[in-house]
Design a binder for this molecule. Structure first.
Ligand SMILES: [Zn+2]
Length: 306
């Protein structure tokens, strides 16, 4: 298990809600699709990392700060030999590299250079290590996880790991036989709480309550659900999966809070958010069990325990 697990990024969760509940422009739809693709690539990479045999600590998805500058690391792997930082790309199709720039083959359009991204992350991490008082070596790699990815004229020794090189790359890491020492564990413990989730709504389209379709959304496939069994379970006719209503209600309260952080979670607000598919008495019962109640009577609202 990773020392720091990967959570779905905040802006992806936001976009997911908006994609289900309102009409997105073509541009936003394609942005959303590329975020989903990127995230899926990272999750796939996580499953490769879980198979590592050498002693290691993995910290996923770190948003860090050094001297007022933000930087992000998709995956940080700590081994006895080095720190490894990975930038994970889920590009598909044919690309080529020319004059230190990367292009998509079909359109010949330049794409954002992953080498630039990883070099920035490396230099920022080096500064942070300095600041924290650690002297650990850093190796950086860009990993292309999609089997349908080809890169022509890939620069040699640039740290690009193409799909066909993944196995040999990880067998090289697995050859590290030294054990982690106190410094590595201390470093992992110190850097983990430095992660600050990115809550900015950069690139998320404008939305407001009245633009959003109300209702219960299936956890698994994103369809709207209107079928319930025994008042305890909801059932999705699109994907045939079930979820306990208590989980569904909490999930929708979380979604509501994310979209409208200034609003209070009340029984009636969430009943309306779920398009009155769940009785307020049921919602109140679930909230009383799982959330922290504040205020009394008709001013009662709920908060999540942190
Ligand atoms: Zn479903």
């Amino acid at each position: 298990m990773a020392f720091k697990e990967r959570d779905k990024p905040f802006r992806l969760l936001m976009m997911e809600s908006l994609a289900h509940r309102m009409d997105l422009s073509r541009e936003d739809r394609s942005k959303y699709a590329s975020w989903v693709k990127g995230y899926n690539g990272e999750v796939e990479f996580d499953s490769i990392m879980e198979q590592l045999k050498c002693e290691n600590l993995v910290l996923n998805d770190l948003y860090l700060n050094v001297r007022g500058k933000r930087f992000q690391i998709d995956t940080l792997l700590i081994t006895a030999k080095n720190l490894y930082i990975y930038e994970v790309k889920n590009f598909a199709g044919e690309y080529y590299y020319e004059n230190e720039k990367m292009y998509f083959g079909r359109t010949k359009k330049e794409v954002f250079d992953p080498l630039y991204q990883i070099n920035h992350a490396e230099s920022a991490l080096r500064q942070l290590l300095d600041q924290m008082g650690y002297n650990l070596g850093i190796k950086k790699f860009i990993v292309f996880v999609n089997r349908n990815f080809t890169l022509f004229q890939a620069p040699l020794n640039s740290g690009m790991v193409l799909p066909g090189m993944l196995t040999s790359h990880f067998s090289m890491i697995n050859d590290i036989s030294d054990r982690l020492n106190q410094t590595h564990f201390r470093f992992a413990k110190e850097i983990k709480p430095m992660h600050m989730e990115d809550f900015t709504l950069h690139n998320v389209p404008f939305y407001e309550d009245k633009l959003l379709k109300k209702g219960i959304i299936c956890f698994y496939c994103g369809s709207f659900i209107d079928c319930f069994i025994n008042n305890r379970t909801c059932f999705c006719k699109s994907c045939n999966k079930k979820e306990l209503i208590s989980k569904t209600v909490i999930r929708h309260a979380q979604e509501y809070k994310r979209l409208f952080p200034e609003q209070r979670i009340t029984t009636s607000a969430i009943a309306k958010w779920c398009d009155h598919q769940v009785a307020p008495s049921r919602i109140r019962y679930i909230f009383n069990q799982q959330l922290i109640a504040k205020g009394t009577g008709r001013w009662r609202y709920y908060e999540f325990s942190s």
